[in-house]
Structure formats: structure tokens, C-alpha cells
Design a protein around this ligand. Sequence first.
Ligand code: C5P
Length: 468
Amino acid sequence: MASLTVRQLDDQLKKLLRLRAARHGRSMEDEVRVILRRAAEESGRDALDRDELPVRPLGSRPHAAGADTRRVLLIIGGGIAAYKSLDLIRRLQDRGFHVRCVLTAAAQHFITPLAAGALAGGPAYTDLFDPRSEFDVGHIRLARDADVVVVAPATADLIAKMAGGHADDLATAVLLATDKPVLVAPAMNPHMWAAKATQRNLAQLEADGVRLVGPNSGEMAERGEAGVGRMAEAPEIAALVAALVQGSGSLAGKRVLVTSGPTTEPIDPVRFIANRSSGKQGHAIASAAAAAGADVVLVSGPVNLSDPPGVSVVHVETANEMLAAVEKALPADVAVFAAAVADWRPRQRNRSKIKKQQGRTPTLELVENPDILSTIAHRKSGRPRLVVGFAAETDDVIANAKAKLKNKACDWIVANDVSPATGIMGGDVNTVHIVTAKGVESWPPQSKDDVARALVERIAAASQEPER
Ligand code: C5P
């Protein structure tokens, strides 16, 4: 940009400028910068941004911030997980976000502002008192210009500062000044995570409306250390960011309830009746609904899957617990019952382990579990407008699904053939038929994620239709 020469202004203007600068305690040059910045802001934020974006380094991805581009301010804290934040920049860009980075002083021990800036395609900000960046962008604008602020990794120290409202460096000042959603991805040693002070600070952040993702459990950077404290993976964080800013998604403003996984029905403290449901399809539906902007509650039986980001998860074990959690989660606009609920439970739940006795085989007496789908779909009041059931069948798939649609009073049945040869149970691919009052739609084999996305889009389209 051309440099400014105050000398070329006429005397009257110079005098006014000198007075104004003195009144604000600034140099004349700085006063001119402030005036120019305000003028540019008034004449259109987008025009200013186009000028302000530096030349993109070779190899970086095209992501100039246009009017429709969503912006993420990524605050990188000082932990070994900071290297994952470089990947996060890419993942966010892949989802169409423009990313600006702020590095704390500690973060710069792990990664450089140059690396973050090169990937982000713009300067990485580090210093609250750096006159260049303060007059160029300013911490208030950094805080407000983003659609969402992400803190990754969030160290125990940074979390404590946020909870206490500190603002003694650029990262904390921005966090205190922002009026946008804040998503925090903690990463620290499991003992630091479990510490009462950290948990207290996290509770405060949650009460303040800050969203958390992770930490996950696994190996730590320190040899031999494992537990809860690993930063959530970059794709997981990027998916949650997308869900958070997708206010305009096809299910924005809708509340969606999903059940997923098996239920387990205890016989005694160590034995239970279970089934082979993995929960993959139900969890994928919850994720897809969240990505489409819905407020999602997932009631899940015991599964080997992590909680989908951006979804409120209620963990249950038995069918009775699942029904209670579903009823508590209502009202909802849409309910999708993808769980494989056990049809029966042992009449007795022995308080102590049943002992093996020579020559005697215990008899299990079973009683029927409540049918959650049918209970909710038959409700006279508070019934979700769209109730979707699943039918996992090994024979006569469509005929059985049609019968279920009627008996259980639901609006759609997603039917699939789960005979062992199909590999659907526990697998990643699904072939489904959507059975409604209007007829049967058979979808081609596709991944459970794709089934989930297609189902969510169909649900979104149905939600737009006027109520009959
Ligand atoms: O009768 P069946 O178990 O095949 O029905 C499957 C559908 O009913 C699924 O949507 C399942 O989630 C739901 N269901 C339920 N509660 C039960 C049994 C099934 O919600 N006890």
C-alpha cells in the first residue's frame, strides 16, 4: 500500500489533524491510520478485507473471505497438541472457512507464527501491544470479525484464564471481547484434566455458554502416560465448527431426537442380554442432523463410538432407561428411533452374581420391554411431527416394514436386511428402503454416513411441508 505523506496536506487540514491526534494521544501518522481504517470499514467490510488480505503464499489454498465465507478465529495455546492445529487450519479451509490465527506466547514454543500464517494465508497474530497489528486489525476486531472462535489446544492455564476473565495477552483479550460462539478443545495431562481446579474452571466455561470438544482418551506425549486429555482430532473439531455456524442449515431451528445402539438388560451384576447393534447408523444420523443445524439429542445404549460433536448425548443401558431419557428429551420436531432395543429383559435382576450349582441350570424368565417407538408415536399430545422407525429384518423386509409402519403408528420406516450375509450389522455400508404411507423408496447401497445425510435431507424437506 502507498505510504502516507502528511506534508502534502494543506495547512488547515494539517492543523485539524494535529489537534485531533493530540486529543487522542496519538501520533499524526497513527491518527491518519485510524481515520483511514474507519473510512474503509464504513465503505464496506468486504472491500477492506480484500485489500487487507496479504498475498497468499505459494501452495496455500484459495480461501479469500468473501461475503458468504464463514470466518474462524483459531486461538492456538501452548501444548504439544499445537501441531494438530496446523492440520485443523487445513481441515477448516477444506470446509470453506477463512481462518485467522492467534498464537499465545507458549504456543510459539511448539509451532511458529510463520507456519500458522503460511497455512492460514495471512499473518498469525501474537502480541496485544504490537502497534502494527493493533492499528492494522486490533484485538476488538479480531474478536468480533469471526463467526466462531476456536481455542485449540486449550491448556489448563488458558482455560483458567478464560474462566477468570483475564485479558493480559492477545488470546485472552480476544476471548473476553468476543460476542461470537466459542469452542474450546482442551488438551493436557490426565492429572491436570482431572484436577479439581480444572473441572471447576470448565464448569464455569460451560455455564458461560462456551462449547467443549474432547478431550479424548489415549496415549499422552509423555512416555507411559495415558488417560483423558488428548486434544480432539482436527476433523472432529472442524465438523463441530461447521455444525456450530450452520445456523442456516436445512434443519436450523429444529430439535431432533435420535436413539442409537443396543440396550443391555442385566441378569445379575456381571451378565446381561445384549445384541449386535454397533450404533454406527444412529450416531451418523445424529451427526448429520447436527451438521444440518438441528439441535440434536442422542439417547445411546452402550457403544464403542465416541460422542458425535455438537450433539447432546444421554448414555443409557436398559430399554426402560432409554424410554425415560427419550421422554425427558421431548418435545422434539423429529424423532428417529434407530436403536436396537432389546425386546425382553429378565424378570429378575439378581443383586449378586448367580452361582454355578452342580447339576442345576437356572431358568431365565423374560418380560417384555416397552416399545419406545410405539409409545412415542401413539402419543396424543407432544408427539414429534415426524416419527421415523427402523426395521432390521432377515426375511420379508418390505412386508414386515409395512406392518411395523401401521402397528407402531410411525410416519416412516427405514427398513434394511440384516441377514448375516449382508454384513450390515456392525459394518459400514447399508442398503435401505424408505417405507411411508405413500409407498416404498429403495436406495442403492451406500455408506452409513451417506444414508444418514440423505435421510436428514429428506427429513428437512418433509419438515418444510405444511402441517396437515
Ligand atoms: O419391532 P422391532 O424391534 O423390529 O422395531 C424396530 C423399531 O422399533 C426401531 O425403530 C426400534 O428403535 C424401535 N423399537 C423401540 N423399542 C422397542 C423395540 C423397538 O423403540 N422396545
